[in-house]
Design a protein around this ligand. Sequence first.
Ligand SMILES: [Zn+2]
Length: 84
Amino acid sequence: MGLLDDLTAPEASECMFAGLLGTLPAEERAAVVNVIEQIRSMPRVQGRTTTPNVKWLWRILSNNGHKIGVNNLTRHVRQECSCR
Ligand SMILES: [Zn+2]
């Protein structure tokens, strides 16, 4: 990699979870994105776990063979990741 390559190669601007999303078939990706939107729009209720939530989504992804850190997923859902 030379200077020009370094200057023109865009920095990785997506988090690991976004990278995982990119590998999913369009239909599954749309479904996951939809769930994330739902989680983001859920009011936070103290002391109560509502579904969908991050842990629930994470477990489903794990069960289907998509390995992602729960912290990475949480940051993405809270929009604290590198995607923005
Ligand atoms: Zn992200």
